[in-house]
Write a new protein. Structure first.
Length: 403
């Protein structure tokens, strides 16, 4: 049971008197204005699909964190249902806001946090009768999970909306089984390898459309060169790294211990957390490679694209570097991939090689060495304007920042 006094402590309002006024007003609102729905729900999570969707959206948008003891509570007032998405009794986040919804998923108000929210002004009595509100979801409900967010430089080329392109999906070029088992310099460890998507995953459009496959690695905290577990995953247009159903977070993989997490892609340079993650905590671990909040191993491990951090593209040779000139350079890899395909019978350097290939640096389904939108040119300008290449040397090498 959830005592009213304890619940009120969760809101960042300075006095008990203000709480009482808040509750009184909101109760009035319930009596007069809203029909929230009957309180005859035995399992709101399964009976109201919008609740789980809102939980997922809160974590995806970065407005909820397990470190803030995020939870969802369900309470009733005179037969009407109210749902509170907010911080729990053990929260260390004084500025974490609570969101109040009715049974239809309509946001009524936001309260708590450093701004004070709008519940007090709009509905100052909503929690009067919610002393028995019960927890229907908290971070322990899902156990330990990884909420990884990252971007691929190639898929951000020619975009302005902060989302990656999903050309490979639109052209039906994405394989339904993970590609890393068949690629050089990628080795699955543990239970990783052979993952296949669930039906309909590549049919999803919009922000959650799948861009490509990625590889997640767990590395020893004692020796981060030692990969102890891998898992193939999918990356969405908005950067979310998800499981084979195209939407679920990845399981931590371990119930205890500390591990570095690295993320790799077939023609981009990988990135890794600068510090190991403690998986003994059964929470959602937010690993945001995309916004600079997560320290990464090495120097200039990612490229800045607008206000987004992204994995360096251009690794057509599938090794640990991107180069335009010199031995085993990536422009040469693109050239020979185009020249030697059986479809290019005339050995034309300007042939457009369509399909799912590592030389396709911008991930548009076309590998182009010479001509408009050349993938080799993408490598050239990436090298030329690298922040560690002040002399604009064409033979500069971008090294992957993994141990």
């Amino acid at each position: 049971m959830f005592g009213l006094t304890n619940y009120l402590k969760h809101f960042n309002i300075p006095s008990m008197q203000k709480y009482v006024l808040l509750l009184a007003s909101l109760m009035s609102l319930l009596c007069v204005s809203y029909a929230f729905g009957q309180c005859n729900l035995s399992n709101p999570l399964t009976e109201l699909s919008w609740i789980q969707e809102q939980i997922d959206a809160d974590f995806s948008d970065g407005v909820a964190f397990c470190t803030c003891d995020y939870e969802v509570r369900y309470g009733c007032f005179q037969g009407d249902a109210v749902f509170i998405f907010g911080r729990g009794a053990n929260s260390n986040c004084a500025d974490f806001e609570a969101q109040v919804y009715d049974a239809q998923g309509t946001l009524l108000c936001v309260d708590g946090g450093i701004t004070g929210g709008d519940c007090f002004g709009l509905y100052p009595a909503l929690f009067e009768e919610l002393g028995n509100a019960s927890v229907i979801w908290d971070c322990e409900s899902i156990g330990c999970a990884l909420n990884i967010k990252a971007f691929l430089q190639g898929a951000l080329l020619s975009t302005t909306d902060g989302l990656m392109r999903d050309d490979l999906r639109q052209k039906n070029e994405l394989p339904t089984q993970e590609p890393y088992t068949a690629l050089a310099n990628f080795t699955h460890v543990g239970s990783g390898g052979g993952e296949t998507i669930e039906t309909g995953v590549f049919d999803v459009t919009g922000n959650d459309a799948i861009v490509d496959w990625v590889l997640v690695e767990w590395r020893s905290d004692v020796n981060p060169t030692n990969v102890v577990q891998t898992a193939s995953a999918l990356i969405q247009r908005d950067g979310d790294v998800v499981g084979m159903d195209g939407e679920s977070l990845l399981d931590c993989g371990f119930s205890s211990g500390r591990y570095f997490i690295s993320l790799r892609h077939r023609n981009h340079l990988g990135v890794m957390t600068n510090n190991p993650i403690d998986f003994s905590e059964s929470i959602i671990h937010n690993i945001y490679f995309s916004d600079g909040s997560m320290e990464t191993w090495g120097i200039d491990a990612q490229v800045r694209v607008g206000n987004i951090n992204a994995l360096w593209g251009g690794n057509a040779s599938i090794d640990n570097e991107v180069s335009f000139q010199g031995p085993n350079n990536d422009s040469g890899g693109i050239f020979f991939e185009v020249l030697t395909t059986t479809d290019n019978s005339s050995f034309a350097a300007n042939y457009i090689y369509e399909g799912y290939h590592v030389g396709d640096i911008d991930l548009n389904g076309e590998t182009i060495y010479q001509g408009a939108n050349s993938d080799a040119n993408h490598v050239f300008f990436e090298i030329l304007f690298h922040p560690e290449n002040p002399s604009f040397l064409a033979n500069y090498i971008i090294y992957e920042q993994l141990p």
